[in-house]
Structure formats: structure tokens, C-alpha cells
Design a protein around this ligand. Sequence first.
Ligand SMILES: Nc1ncnc2c1ncn2[C@@H]1O[C@H](COP(=O)(O)OP(=O)(O)OP(=O)(O)O)[C@@H](O)[C@H]1O
Ligand SMILES: [Mg+2]
Length: 419
Amino acid sequence: MNELSVLQANLTTLKSIFRPSSPTDDQSLFRGRRNQLRGVMSGLAEVGQHILIYGERGVGKTSLGYMAKSLFDTGPALHRVSVRIQCADGESFTDIWQDFYLRLRAAVDAKGKELRSHLEGALDSLDEILNYPNSDTLTATDVHRALAVLASDVEVLIIIDEFDRLGAWDETTPFGDLIKSLSDDRLPVTLVIVGVADSIDGLIKAHASTPRSLRQILMPRMEQDELLSIVVDGYAEFGRKAEYELSCDQKAAEVIAQVAEGFPYYAHLLAGAAGTEALYRAEHAIGVEEVFQSMVVAIEDADHTIRSSYVSSTTARADANLETTLMACAMARADELGYFSSTDVAEALSTLLKSKRNSGHVNSHLQKFSSAPHWILDRKEISERKIRYRFHDPLMRPFVLLKGYHQGVLGGGKESESS
Ligand SMILES: Nc1ncnc2c1ncn2[C@@H]1O[C@H](COP(=O)(O)OP(=O)(O)OP(=O)(O)O)[C@@H](O)[C@H]1O
Ligand SMILES: [Mg+2]
């Protein structure tokens, strides 16, 4: 292979390891999360238990769902089938189970002839029950009946991801009823529900006794050592696969983990960007300097929705200072739920500008940021005089800080260079 082809192959390998935009479905790339994995394993081991994985956006919920799938698929039962469904905006209970039927067929086909002929009769019954319901919509009883037919032939795992995108709050009620009835009948069917929420109450409208059959797994942000291992082990994995050594010194890995602020998404983004730059320069060592230099690439590669939301919230012809105030919001001291006050922002702005600012200086910007077209902050009114803000998208805060580091506004970055 010539030099360019080798570089291309190495970049492809690197991007298969550091892939901020796709969940981790490979056990060998999944890091940390011991407690959450234990919760999943116990849930899978106990008939009648179902699993609910919830937490902030981007913390690794879908990846944990994939680990459940991978653990289930490699389990001992001879006949087993797992199906993953992704809810789309506005879908109903009926939409989800009709989609389930299609995905089940595809999963069975993928497993080969033997399972297909074993399940032929069951699939026909499911088709009838799920696709031709008595009324227009499916009920929890219909779905229970279909799953009972299936479960008499195979063990079943069903992962329903992006559950928070279901059409209406009432659409979640039949899921609660279904979980309760599957659990009461001890059918070998496990549901794994995955979604963005602060608590179970924010995700599913459940029967009072449902929580007992629903193992709740909160995905917190990642610990520093978990983020470090994504970076360090990721480069080691690259070395094994590509036969090209990339090594990251401890300090550089710590910078990445620190900027990531608990989000594996940013650990992948930054480690991938630093690795890419090293490959282009035919270098092997990645230090702090290289990490800061690669931030511009990370910013360009960041999720489109984050970048465009940043641009639309900081662009206003008559107001060049919006960007600085937004930086102060990202630096502001926040409570454990991410909320901060205008005083916190003013304090951060004073540090940033090295000159005293008070709430009055930031209030008009905060108002802009919490309303259209600049909307980037959620606003919570605790009392008339007590207002709190937080980033609507939790992934925005590290992005704003990344910009700050890159522009040299925050410590460690290179001096202002437009991006
Ligand atoms: N335990 C882990 N080890 C290594 N990488 C991880 C881990 N968990 C998540 N990631 C990575 O972090 C990023 C976000 O993960 P994932 O998509 O699972 O999060 P999510 O919570 O489902 O996000 P969203 O709320 O946007 O659906 C992906 O790049 C994924 O590969
Ligand atoms: Mg997800």
C-alpha cells in the first residue's frame, strides 16, 4: 500500500474506535459503568424484571442498551431473539408494536433458517394480532397476547430507545400496563426502555406497582477515570488494530477528560480529533499542546445541532458581546442540576473580563438566550425575584468551553484564532 492508502486505512481504524456520533455496541470498546452494567445483568437474569435506562442526553444510555443486547445475545438459551426499536417523534403505542413486528422478522431472518422455521407459526400469529387489531389501535392486552405467543417458543429481549420521543404522555400508559402484566405472568420477555429523563416519572406514566418490576438504571455523567480509559484504552486499541502507535501522555488525557465534563461524546470527539491530527502529521505522541491544537477540528466535527444552535444564539448584528456572556454562562457556578443565576453569570463575566460586572449587565442577554430566536437556555422562575437558567442542551456547555479554550479566552488554549 502507498503512503496515502495507509493513512486512509489508519484514519478509518481511528474513526471506528473514536466515534462520537454512534453508540458503542462493541463490548471491547465499552468502558466503565460497572454499577449500571450490574443493574442490567441482574435485570436480565431475573424473569419478570424489566429495565429502564434514563439520564441526560449524550451520557451513554443507548450504548448501555446495546450492552444489554450483546449480553443477552451471547447467553446460554438455544432459542433467543433480541429486537431494538427506536421511537420517532410523535409515534404511538400502536406504531411501536407494528414496527416491532417488522424488526422481529428481520432479526429472525438474520439468525438463519433454523430459527425462522421454529418461529414460523408464532410470526403468523403476531402478524395477525399486531397488524390487524380489532379496533384501530393496539392495547396492552393485544401486545401481551402477541408476546405470550412468541415467548412460548423463544426468550425475547426488546429494547425501546428514545422513549421520550413518543407522541403523547398518555401513550406511555399502555407500556406501564404491559410491563406489569408481563411481569405478573413471568413471561420470558424483557423490555428495556431507554430515554432522556431526570426521573422515572418523567419518562413513563406507570401503574403504582410497576416500579417494582422495573429496574431503574440512572446513567450519570461519566467519572474522570472512566473518561480517561476511553481515551487511553482507545489509543491502545488503535495501536493493536493499525500497527501504528499513538500514545497520549497522562496530562493530555486529563485535559480531554476535563473538557468532556462527564460526557463520553466529548471524550470521543476530542481524542478522535487529536489522533486524526497526529496521523496527518505522521506523529505518534499526543501531548497537551496537540490536544489544544486539535480543538478546532473537534469544534468543526461537533454535532450539527450544537454548532448551529451556538451560531444562531450568538449572532446579532447590534450585539457583539453575546458570545462573551454565553461563555460566562458556561463558566458560571451551577447547582447539581445545572442551574445558575444571573449573579453567577456576572461573577464569571467579571473573571473573564477582569473587570467587575453585576446582574444588571447580563440580564438582557440572559433574557435573549432564554427566548426565540436566540433560545439556548431554559428559564425557571422560582419566585418573582429568583430566576434560574440552565443550558437547554447539556452538551452545549462543554462546546462553549471548548470554543473558549480554542480561542485562548480560557486557560491553556492557543491565542485567538478565528474558527
Ligand atoms: N461506556 C462507554 N464507553 C465508551 N464509549 C461510550 C460509553 N458510553 C457511551 N459512549 C460513547 O459516547 C457517545 C454517546 O453515547 P450514546 O449514544 O450511547 O449516548 P445517549 O445517552 O444514548 O445519547 P442520546 O441522549 O443523544 O441518545 C457515543 O460516542 C458512544 O460511543
Ligand atoms: Mg441514545
